[in-house]
Write a protein that binds this ligand. Structure first.
Ligand code: AMP
Length: 231
């Protein structure tokens, strides 16, 4: 691997997009890159869940759509992202996770980046087989502190209880099989065109997300460094 990709030292990642279907590992990998490069993860799903939990107007609008696996309207999400990206911790780069999810969001982001970013967006597209995604999503359990388990592949020592702090694990309301299938249809119909937009026009790399977490993150880092070196 590129020596800088090992440590993250002396490397300016700029704006990075992790894109792929639900359960592909965007959140997990975003956290690895965040630690390595010291830049924030901007997850629109997390931002919307936090709005929902705080009962904001946006949260109330988003709640039903999210639990049904449907997308929240573009203009609401774009506005939320614009506000988040204006914060000072985004000055040296950030990892977008779950945004853009439609071509209209991608177009909006293109113009936003033209005005604000010193580097072009680096797009890392993760891919995983459908049946593996289904197991990852329906088996996912989360602790209040955000620790993620999977009842099939990474179960806690005691069922339903976090190994670290003994808290109760819960399942996201949209991690059921019907909501997953709806999310996959939304992904294919709406996010697919956004991925094609980046494949033909941007700094784009596709990475196999079926390997171990460490191998996937090594490949992501190597691709990111290659994309940043390209003229
Ligand atoms: P996630 O945590 O990324 O799986 O997102 C959970 C849910 O939040 C999605 O199924 C959508 O309902 C909503 N959501 C997250 N990001 C977006 C986005 N960029 N555009 C529209 N809806 C979104």
């Amino acid at each position: 691997m590129h020596p800088e990709a090992e440590s993250g030292a002396g490397f300016s990642p700029g704006p990075v997009l992790l894109i792929g279907p639900p359960g592909v590992g965007k959140g997990t990998q975003a956290k690895v890159l965040m630690q390595l490069y010291g830049i924030p993860q901007i997850s629109t799903g997390d931002l919307l869940r936090s709005n929902r939990d705080q009962h904001t107007e946006l949260g109330k609008t988003a709640e039903t759509l999210m639990s049904q696996g449907k997308l929240v309207p573009d203009d609401l999400v774009n506005q939320m992202v614009a506000e988040r990206l204006a914060a000072s911790d985004c000055a040296h780069g950030y990892i977008l996770d779950g945004f853009p999810r439609t071509l209209a969001q991608a177009d909006w982001l293109d113009s936003f980046l033209l005005q604000t970013a010193s580097q072009p967006l680096a797009v890392l597209n993760l891919v995983v087989d459908h049946d593996v995604l289904l197991k990852r999503i329906t088996g996912r359990r989360i602790s209040p502190a955000g620790r993620i388990y999977n009842i099939y592949t990474q179960p806690p020592r005691v069922a339903g209880v976090c190994d670290f702090d003994g808290s109760t694990l819960t399942q996201r309301t949209d991690d059921t099989e019907p909501a997953f299938e709806k999310r996959m249809r939304e992904f294919t119909e709406k996010t697919g065109p956004a991925i094609e937009h980046y494949r033909i026009s941007g700094r784009f790399a596709q990475i196999d997300g079926m390997a171990s977490i460490d191998d996937v993150s090594g490949n992501l880092r190597a691709c990111l460094h290659r994309l940043r070196e390209a003229r």
